[in-house]
Structures are given as C-alpha cells and as structure tokens.
Design a protein around this ligand. Structure first.
Ligand code: PEP
Length: 251
C-alpha cells in the first residue's frame, strides 16, 4: 500500500510577535531540494500573524494554518475566529481539538467535530488532535479514550486530503516526556484500524497520523521511524527554525 507523504507541522501556540516571522523566513529559505521533495511543512502561528505569515510564505512551499476555529462562519462571537477568516487570511489548515483547547476551553468531541466540519466548509484541512491524560494511561484506558475521541471528533466524509489526525498524549506535551516507540506504535496502529472503520479501507491508509508531544531534533528520527507515524505536530521546537528544520530532517 502507498504511504502518505509525511507532514511536519508546527504549533506556535500563544507565542509569536512580528520578529518571529524571521524564523518563518529561515524555515522557508531552507525548505528546498531533497527536504521539499520528501516532506510537507506547515506552521500554525497565532491568529494575529496568520495573514502576514501566509503572505511571507508565498513561494516557499511552507503552508500556514490556524490553531483553532469557531464552528460558525460569522456572527456574535466576540474574540473568536472562523475557519472562513483563516482561509481568507491565507491559511490552508487548522488544528482542532488540541488538548489545550479541550482542557482550557472545555471543548467536547462534539464541539471539535463541528469545528472540523467548519474547516472543510471553508476549504481547510482539519488536523484533529486526540490523546490520553497521564491518569488515563496509568489506568490502561489509552486506546479506549483515543477511540472515543476519534469516533466523536471526526465528521462524516473525511478523506486523506481533508483530514490529518494528531496523536498527542497530554502528559507528553511540553513536558520533555515521550512515550516509548512501542507505545507510539500501538496507539498509531489502533488509530489506523479505527480510521478504517470510520472512513473505509481506501482512504484510511493515506490519512496522515502525526505524533505530537515533546518532539525534538534529538528524538525525531526514532519517533518518525515508527510504523504509522506520518509526521509530527511540534510545539516548543517549532518556534526556532533550526529545531523545526532539524525535526523535518528526520525524513
Ligand atoms: C503541541 O502542543 O502540539 C505539542 C506537541 O507541544 P510540544 O512539542 O511543546 O510538546
């Protein structure tokens, strides 16, 4: 079976003022030749920088995405940003259901699903995040939790061109802790199997399943080499071009 083209995606979270665009420029400048042939690169800056980042990234091949979107197209939702607004600003992707959104903003699977639908309505690729907490892992509930999140968060009609799944164990995000390669392999295999049930045998092998949680240049080769790991979702290490490119160089 064909393997998906890898995607290395950066999530800048609530970090990045205009000088951070220098890092984006450095990423774009280095993204050519063998690297560009092998891997897709995506940077998700804060909403305030999406427009200027997308303009700066034109011609570099680096895609720009949002970190969240509202489910509605527009309306009385002070402070929120719609998928249409992100698309209009030049984004091609949007992260939905990041654990920081699920926790800090109490986003349920149903809310995440509505946001993924909004992403597609606006023509964006939805990066749907799933992952267990430390307590859930210790209780042996990881696979059940991830399965519930996938079932609840992925809308009907997903394809390999419109959906990316990111497996991000909550306890590995920003902590420097990572699961073992064997643990990652187990969860990614179970995500692949679940995707097959949700979207069918033709599309599911081609959906990118990213690993996220304390990915660094020093662990990228091992983590990206695991079966069914089709790229990375990178937080802290995506803020500096050298680190982000060091991770992409795992391919
Ligand atoms: C993330 O927030 O998606 C993430 C993986 O963060 P970090 O790489 O910093 O652990």
């Amino acid at each position: 079976t064909a393997r998906p083209r890898p995607l290395v995606a950066g999530n800048w979270k609530m970090n990045g003022l205009r000088p951070a665009l220098n890092e984006l420029a450095a990423m774009g400048g280095a993204y050519d030749g063998a690297l560009r042939r092998k891997v897709d690169l995506l940077v998700c800056p804060p909403a305030t920088l999406v427009y200027v980042a997308a303009a700066a990234a034109v011609g570099t091949g680096v895609a720009i995405g949002g970190q969240d979107c509202h489910a509605k197209e527009n309306g009385a939702h002070t402070g929120d940003v719609s998928a249409e607004m992100l698309a209009n600003a030049g984004a091609s992707h949007v992260i939905v259901g990041h654990s920081e959104r699920r926790t800090d903003h109490k986003e349920s699977d149903a809310v995440v699903k509505a946001k993924a639908e909004a992403a597609w309505r606006a023509g964006l690729v939805a990066i749907v995040c799933v992952g267990e907490t430390k307590e859930e892992r210790e209780a042996g509930r990881t696979l059940a939790i991830v399965k519930r999140q996938l079932r609840g968060s992925i809308p009907e009609g997903a394809t390999a061109d419109t959906l990316v799944v990111a497996y991000e164990p909550v306890w590995a995000i920003g902590t420097g802790l990572t699961p073992t390669a064997k643990d990652v392999e187990e969860v990614h295999a179970s995500i692949r199997a679940e995707l097959r049930k949700i979207i069918g045998k033709d599309e599911s092998p081609l959906v990118r399943i990213l690993y996220g949680g304390s990915v660094k240049p020093s662990n990228a080769v091992e983590l990206m080499g695991v079966a069914n790991v089709d790229g990375a979702l990178v937080g802290g290490a995506s803020l500096k071009a050298a680190d982000f490119l060091g991770i992409a160089a795992a391919y």
